[in-house]
Design a protein around this ligand. Structure first.
Ligand code: PLP
Length: 363
């Protein structure tokens, strides 16, 4: 079958399948980025993003980059040479934050945790007396673990809190303002049910005031990007770069779809699918990798049973069922599977399908 016509059940760590409204929006004709229709679309998108971020921040926008680009934007605008960045590491994406912060000139104080466990808030908060930023991953996609970033935000002192919400936004509770998140970045390809390619980003007014004024990145300079979405006070909307108008149409449609269903209902759907999947996996006699009580509904990590060829099972699922699941990350590449229930896939039918197929593939 030609690649363009191949459809898959995307039950891996992302991208997930898209909401049908998103796929339809992606087929709309391309329009100019100064067209009033597009300006309204961008405004709607920023407003929808405020809702899923749980924020009133004026500077809430879709950056024209993937989640890693959002990570770069978060650090390049907040740290400069010698600024201390305390970074909680409990998986691959915490590690990536350290590398990005280092390249921005920060002195990185890395607080390591065993993979599969949540961050230890006390250890992170006491790692340095006066950090400029504290950073953590809310939902670690590499391990399937949810961490308590709200407690970091409530006790962060003068530090700015940076949070990675790539695998939580749109599917899990996320309250940026109440939790004290100063800078947040995410991705579209997980619980939002939109293709990869944009990074929903938010920055508080205080973080904006304390930002690096002439950051090393021109493209990701929030001082310039605020004008692009009309958030720069008094200056109106200014050209910065040509936005990916089609992707933004898709994101607008995804947000509208989620808000029409109701954010609470969508989150409940993710919780129910995650719980059913995790119960079913354990009923099959398999073990979960992430620590109990801290498991993500959106991404379940499963220990590959002894004697089972992890890659062969994934291949079987793809060839016989058109189902994609993920391998593990880092040193767990062949000993863990990662199964996502995100966006439109977070439902009982997906759970039944993936459990039945997995049972066949490992037998
Ligand atoms: N952070 C987390 C938690 C992720 O899961 C991912 C991607 O899976 C990223 C950051 C990087 O996002 P992207 O691959 O879109 O650049």
């Amino acid at each position: 079958m030609p690649q363009a016509l191949t459809s898959r059940f995307l039950f891996g760590p992302g991208p997930s399948n898209c909401y049908p409204e998103v796929t339809a929006a992606l087929a709309h004709p391309v329009i100019g980025h100064l067209d009033p229709v597009f300006i309204e679309r961008l405004d709607n998108t920023c407003e929808g993003l405020r809702t899923v971020w749980g924020t009133q921040n004026a500077r809430t926008l879709p950056l024209s980059v993937t989640g890693s680009g959002g990570m770069e934007a978060a650090f390049v605008n907040t740290v400069d040479d010698g600024d201390v960045a305390v970074i909680a590491v409990n998986g691959l994406f915490g590690e990536r934050m350290c590398e990005v912060a280092r390249r921005c000139g920060a002195t990185v104080v890395r607080v390591d945790h065993e993979w599969g466990t949540p961050i230890d808030v006390e250890r992170v908060l006491t790692a340095h007396p006066r950090p400029k930023v504290i950073a953590a991953v809310h939902a670690e996609t590499s391990t399937g673990v949810l961490s308590d970033v709200a407690s970091l935000g409530q006790n962060k002192g003068d530090a700015l809190l940076i949070v990675d919400a790539v695998t939580s936004i749109g599917g899990l509770e996320l309250l940026a303002d109440d939790w004290g998140i100063d800078v947040g970045y995410a991705g579209t390809q997980k619980c939002l049910g939109v293709p990869p390619g944009l990074s929903p980003f938010t920055m508080s007014g205080e973080a904006f005031e304390r930002r690096i004024k002439d950051p090393r990145s021109w493209y990701l300079d929030v001082g310039l990007l605020g004008g692009y979405v009309g958030a720069a006070s008094g200056s109106g909307r200014t050209y910065h770069h040509t936005p990916p108008v089609t992707m933004i149409a898709g994101l607008e449609a995804g947000l509208q779809r989620i808000l029409a269903e109701g954010l609470d209902a969508v989150q409940a759907r993710h919780r129910a699918a995650g719980a059913a999947l995790q119960a079913g996996i354990q009923e099959m006699g398999l073990e979960l990798f992430a620590a109990e009580g801290h498991r993500l509904p959106s991404l379940t990590t499963v220990k590959v049973p002894d004697g089972v060829d992890s890659a062969a099972v994934r291949r079987h699922l793809l060839e016989h069922f058109s189902i994609e699941i993920g391998s593990g990350a880092g040193k767990y590449t062949s000993s863990v599977w990662r199964i996502g229930m995100m966006g439109p896939n977070a439902n009982a039918a997906s759970v039944t399908l993936v459990l039945g197929a997995l049972k066949e593939a490992i037998s």
